[in-house]
Design a protein around this ligand. Structure first.
Ligand SMILES: NC(=O)c1ccc[n+]([C@@H]2O[C@H](COP(=O)([O-])OP(=O)(O)OC[C@H]3O[C@@H](n4cnc5c(N)ncnc54)[C@H](OP(=O)(O)O)[C@@H]3O)[C@@H](O)[C@H]2O)c1
Length: 255
């Protein structure tokens, strides 16, 4: 059955939808069809957020969104036109976002660093770093319509000089030049954004070593543990501040 409201009722219904949207926290997550992004979507919906589930594959994105109660928005973070279309889609439907979670990421090749090619490097940086710049810039006008805009970059302990040099940490036993350098760049991008984007809280999360497709499910943490830091940053009070790097146990060193 299709409900057709007379113009006066349409106005009333339209304002009701507007008022409902105004009171909600609207969260956009990239790479949310699986893994940490999907679990973050599930948990934030349980916290009352309206989640816009970004994914580059329509079928997988629609399936995840339907299963969780999110709205699917197609986005490939390596593609200018796709990112612009995603921002336009959200501008048309929700009109703003409150939280942007730059989660999409790839690992790239491991193994002998001598075998790495420029194309390998470009592919990893295009998702993990340039994709974040592309997405953040496109979504800034939507974030600026929020009373309390928040950006969360999903970085990694693999991007920490301290962790990758600490023999007591698992990060020090892995050699992944492209992944680690991309996450180091993302962590620095976060501190620079935090300084330069006035009025927006910009923080980075290290999920910790979590069982997902990115590591062939070798991670020691559950998905829920791996999303604790992201969910904390997405739900904390504004007083918590900007320019921080946290894992599920609290603040960690930038270096
Ligand atoms: N798992 C860990 O131990 C761990 C630790 C530290 C940090 N992280 C970070 O956590 C984030 C999520 O990773 P995960 O562990 O959940 O891995 P995952 O299960 O492999 O998920 C990665 C997500 O990124 C998406 N993605 C890749 N390239 C994309 C692109 N060009 N445009 C849009 N989406 C794209 C993937 O989409 P498709 O399904 O279409 O490929 C997928 O949804 C990543 O940034 C990762 O670096 C993970």
């Amino acid at each position: 059955m299709v409900l057709v409201f007379p113009p006066s009722k349409r106005l009333w219904f339209g304002s009701l939808v507007q008022a409902t949207i105004e009171g909600m926290t609207i969260t956009f997550i990239t790479g949310a069809n699986k893994g940490i992004g999907r679990e973050t979507a599930r948990r934030l919906i349980a916290c009352g957020h309206t989640v816009l589930l970004g994914a580059r594959d329509r079928e997988r994105g629609e399936e995840a969104a339907a299963a969780l109660g999110a709205r699917f928005v197609p986005i490939d973070v390596t593609d200018d036109a796709s990112v612009a279309a995603a921002a336009a889609d959200v501008a048309e439907h929700e009109g703003r976002i409150d939280v942007l979670i730059n989660n999409a990421g790839v690992q790239g090749p491991f193994g002998d660093p001598g075998d790495l090619t420029a194309a390998d490097a470009r592919a990893v940086l295009d998702v993990n770093v340039i994709g974040v710049v592309r997405t953040t810039t496109a979504f800034l006008p939507l974030l600026r319509r929020s009373d309390d805009p928040v950006i969360i970059n999903v970085s990694s302990g693999m991007g920490s000089l301290a962790f990758t040099h600490d023999p007591g940490r698992s990060e020090s036993h892995v050699v992944a030049p492209l992944y680690a350098s991309s996450k180091a760049a993302l962590t620095m991008l976060t501190t620079q954004y935090a300084k330069g984007l006035k009025g927006i809280r910009v923080n980075a999360a290290d999920p910790g070593y979590t069982a997902t497709d990115i590591n062939g499910h070798s991670g020691s943490q559950t998905l829920t543990e791996g999303t604790d830091a992201i969910v904390a940053l997405a739900t904390e009070e504004p007083v918590a501040g900007t320019g921080r790097f946290i894992d599920r146990h609290g603040e960690i060193a930038w270096s």
